[in-house]
Design a protein around this ligand. Structure first.
Ligand SMILES: [Fe+2]
Ligand SMILES: [Fe+2]
Length: 399
């Protein structure tokens, strides 16, 4: 026993040493692979368009110096390339997730410290800009009434974002789990996005409280966030991501084209959407990456079901918009401080519905980037189906 023991121990030590060496070689190889991937990602980041200057002019106008990425700076890779390669191993794709993290860290803001700053709304100023409110068409309204209607629309605008962010946050959390034991960069980007959407919901709840302080009683926000979220999340991921990209693109388009250039808006209301825009820029990129990732793993039949679901979701958004336009028209007419003829009442209701259909449906689907991505992920027959479904809503908004 005594003579064999050292031999056994020696074999044991030798075997253990071999196992350690193998583990170390594997760890070194994994680290080297990670380094290579990271290096490829960094090289791709320099070339993938995130450093592009497409919005330099807009950034200069609003005094926002950060490098805001935009889906318009999408790398010029073919669709087939983009969807044929496993996303987590695609250095360009990883670089885009990584860039979202970097910008998210750089632009991160706090509700009270950076946005509210102890301020209250200036009710002598408008909330919703003319470019989105379509109020100018209601020529029988006095300037004071136009301003009040812009407050009603601006209050609803903030509540609509708080509403959709309930389902967006839940969906993003669900998507992040798919990266849980995979691409840790994608995971972090999606976790940050979820966190930001939770913060945005808190910001919009704060806005609702502050709007209520300075407006007559009786305002109602009709849809219930959890009910809407449950209905949306029951649809296919392909469709949910399509709707989300549409929303997160129009958020940015509204700020750039209508909110930022309007000098007559309440400074606090305007700042809320400036800060919101800063974080939404990354979200739209993540929506697109996740939509393409989902698309790549579906069968043709599943994609076709996604198109049907997307049409159903747009119809559901239109249903919400119709109910809220009715509620807002009733509130405005009841609280404006004078009576309106039935014709004027109808015009107010129709004007609100047109404005909301423009804000929440038509402006998003007409965004060039949305049309481009949708064009890559659908067939001509599917696009015709979507176009037919949208035609009455878009036509009314434009009329
Ligand atoms: Fe948001
Ligand atoms: Fe978002």
């Amino acid at each position: 026993m005594r003579s064999r023991r050292p031999q056994r121990d020696s074999h044991f030590v030798e075997a253990e040493s071999l196992r350690r060496m193998t583990r170390k070689r594997r760890a070194d190889a994994a680290e080297s692979q990670r380094d290579q991937l990271q290096a490829r990602a960094l090289r791709a980041a320099a070339a993938n368009g995130f450093g592009g200057d497409a919005f330099a002019e807009v950034r200069a106008q609003i005094g926002f110096e950060s490098e805001l990425p935009t889906v318009l700076n999408h790398p010029k890779e073919s669709t087939m390339q983009a969807i044929a390669i496993e996303p987590s191993m695609h250095a360009g794709t990883t670089a885009r997730y990584a860039k979202c993290i970097e910008v998210s860290k750089r632009v991160r803001w706090d509700i009270e410290r950076d946005v509210i700053l102890g301020r209250r709304f200036d009710f002598d100023k408008k909330f919703m800009p003319d470019g989105l409110s379509k109020i100018g068409r209601l020529t029988f309204l006095q300037p004071r009434e136009q301003r009040f209607l812009s407050h009603v629309q601006g209050r609803t605008y903030a509540n609509i974002f708080g509403l959709v962010e309930r389902y967006i946050g839940a969906k993003t959390l669900e998507l992040s789990r798919e990266h849980g034991l995979g691409d840790q960069i994608a995971l972090e980007a999606l976790v940050r996005m979820t966190d930001e959407e939770l913060k945005h919901q808190a910001l919009f709840r704060r806005l609702e409280e502050m709007a209520a302080e300075g407006m007559p009683a009786g305002y109602r926000f009709v849809p219930e966030p959890n009910e809407v979220a449950q209905a949306v999340l029951s649809k296919s991921t392909w469709a949910v991501l399509g709707l989300t990209l549409d929303i997160e693109l129009f958020t940015q388009a509204h700020y750039r084209s209508s909110i930022e250039p309007d000098a007559e808006l309440s400074p606090l209301w305007k700042d809320v959407f400036l800060f919101h825009w800063k974080e939404e820029s990354q979200h739209a990129i993540l929506d697109e990456l996740e939509w393409r990732r989902e698309h790549a793993r579906l069968t043709e039949a599943q994609r076709d079901q996604g198109v049907d679901d997307l049409i159903g979701l747009v119809a559901a958004v239109d249903g919400i918009v119709q109910a809220q336009a009715q509620a807002d028209a009733e509130y405005f007419i009841g609280a404006a401080g004078r009576s309106f003829t039935p014709t004027q009442g109808d015009a107010i209701h129709d004007g609100l519905l047109r404005a909301y259909r423009w804000q929440y449906v038509a402006s998003g689907v007409q965004e060039p980037r949305f049309a481009e991505v949708l064009g890559e992920l659908t067939t001509p027959v599917q696009r015709e189906r979507i176009g037919r479904a949208l035609a009455p809503i878009v036509g009314h908004a434009a009329g």
